[in-house]
Design a protein around this ligand. Structure first.
Ligand code: ADP
Ligand code: MG
Ligand code: MG
Length: 501
């Protein structure tokens, strides 16, 4: 019965002239959106607030490197079902415990990723880092320092009204700081529009910025010593540096911990590993390596970068993440966890397993294209390309295949008898459309949009002691409904926040 009702409401929504927006829930927003002069004034308020409060990204100019522009943003928050939002937040601790259990089972990682590693060199290299450092790490098992800053991403699935997980990010989970600022900006703009106290209370607010900085500070404190530093592993020419720099600033202000920004190549050149596992860099002992790079093959253009990765893995510093934790976030692992009995094996309890499983979309492996279930799902995806997404073992956006391109790849693999062992097939999630005003470089565009919710969580473990496990704020990214991919840094989406309804 629930499905029928949901189908009807989708049909009703698409029959209506325009999908809902914040305006539907706030008369003041409706007035501002209907009047071009009021809209222009509101956009200006947003851009000024963003510039004044560090809601910024690099301008993308070679020179000067310090040039900045406001981050791509939604002018008003997007209506989001309250109960669903709270349910996603409540799952954070279960994901923390589960993914750490996966990361600690290296035999499982080697086994589940073996087929993908055959066809994807990057996955193979990361597995090799695990193998090559196994003995050294085993000797330090009791003091192993792991920091997880996860972001579990979800989309509402309109046909069932359910919330389905897109992916679980275990490395370089970004936008926690800018998302904190977008929530504040939306509260400010609603105030400017004259929203009532009740209307403003529908903005949940959060502080991912401080939550993540505090987890990093906690890792540095647990590592101990006076002059331990955090090394943020960065990409050369990073445009999203302001989101990262906020963490550095807060880490200093709240914990008195310094951060050095270094590329993998710089770490390879400067890092000195002592016999006791201490890694010295820039005259300091490194307490924590925090990766905002290293998640894509492009970050390893030569052996030098892999040398750095090995050096880090061999050191006694906390790692956010370890190579194992990075691999635990692989799309292939996500797909395997959905098989009967697998998430149940890693979750902390059967209640946790049931909760986690409730977010899983349909997921299929493609390592054996003659296996009957695989044959059937490939055939269905070729017949109905709009119902599936084909995903490689990649991070950072812009890597998936959709529609006819996906169907062509599947046909090719079927004819060749394989070749997609490093890919997964995923049920396409169909979020409800919303009407949003997206602002990029000062220009506003109104469009039908889809939103993706992210929930941050932090987790700190030393040896067998779990020192922290917490939900750590949220992110909403909104993209044009006509765009398959999401991702703010990759240029598809804007930063948004939820208006709970
Ligand atoms: P990445 O690690 O590169 O961010 P994602 O799995 O998040 O990979 O995919 C990138 C984007 O593609 C998502 O932000 C989302 O917009 C879209 N996407 C991914 N999986 C699905 C899906 N199953 N259904 C619909 N859209 C999806
Ligand atoms: Mg990802
Ligand atoms: Mg993603």
């Amino acid at each position: 019965r629930a499905t029928k009702r949901a189908t009807r409401s989708v049909a009703a929504a698409s029959a209506a002239a325009a999908p809902p927006s914040a305006a539907e829930h706030m008369a003041s927003a409706a007035a501002a959106l209907d009047d071009p002069a009021a809209l222009e004034a509101l956009v200006e308020d947003a851009v000024v607030w963003a510039s004044q409060h560090g809601l910024l990204v690099g301008a993308g100019l070679a020179e000067p490197a310090c040039a900045a522009v406001h981050a791509p943003l939604a002018l008003l928050p997007v209506p989001y079902p309250r109960a669903t939002f709270l349910r996603a937040k409540a799952a954070a601790l279960a994901f923390n415990a589960m993914v750490d259990a996966v990361a600690r089972d290296e035999a499982y990682l080697q086994e589940v990723l073996a087929a993908a590693a055959q066809e994807d060199e990057f996955t193979g290299r990361l597995l090799r880092v695990l193998r090559d450092t196994a003995a050294e790490r085993a000797a330090r098992r009791d003091s192993e320092g792991v920091l997880a800053v996860l972001r579990s991403d979800y989309m509402l699935h309109a046909p069932t009204n359910g919330l389905l997980q897109v992916e679980l990010n275990t490395i370089a989970s970004s936008f926690g700081c800018l998302s904190t600022l977008v929530s504040r900006m939306h509260a400010y703009l609603l105030g400017r529009l004259g929203a009532s106290e009740a209307e403003r209370a529908a903005l949940p607010g959060h502080n991912a910025m401080d939550a993540i900085a505090d987890a990093m500070g906690g890792a540095a404190a647990e590592y101990g010593g006076q002059d331990g530093v955090v090394v943020m592993v960065v990409q050369p020419g990073e445009r999203n540096a302001y989101d990262q720099q906020w963490l550095q600033t807060r880490l200093w202000e709240r914990h008195g911990v310094r951060t050095l920004r270094r590329t993998l190549a710089q770490i390879a050149a400067e890092g000195r590993l002592g016999g006791d596992g201490a890694l010295q860099l820039g005259g300091h002992r490194v307490a924590l390596f925090y990766f905002r790079a290293g998640y894509t093959p492009a970050d390893y253009p030569s052996e030098t970068q892999w040398d750095a990765r090995l050096l880090i893995e061999r050191s006694d510093a906390f790692k956010c993440p370890t190579a194992a934790l990075q691999l635990a976030g692989a799309k292939k692992v996500q797909q395997d966890l959905a098989r009967p009995g697998v998430v149940e094996r890693f979750a902390a309890s059967s209640d946790d397993a049931a909760l986690l499983r409730s977010f899983f979309a349909g997921l299929w492996g493609l390592e054996d294209v003659s296996e009957p279930t695989t044959v059937a799902v490939i055939e269905d995806a070729i017949q109905h390309p709009d119902r599936y997404v084909l995903k490689p073992q990649r991070e950072g956006g812009g890597n998936n295949f959709y529609g006819e391109e996906m169907a062509a790849r599947l046909q090719e693999a079927r004819a060749a008898g394989g070749g997609l062992g490093a890919y997964i097939l995923m049920q396409r999630i169909l979020p409800p459309a919303q009407r949003s005003v997206m602002v990029r470089a000062g220009k506003a565009v109104t469009a039908d949009t889809l939103s993706e919710l992210g929930v941050y969580s932090t987790y700190l473990r030393r040896g067998d002691r779990v020192l922290l496990s917490a939900e750590a704020g949220t992110l909403v990214r909104t993209k044009a409904a006509t765009s398959d991919e999401g991702g703010v840094a990759s240029g598809y989406a804007v930063l948004d926040s939820p208006l709970l309804v």
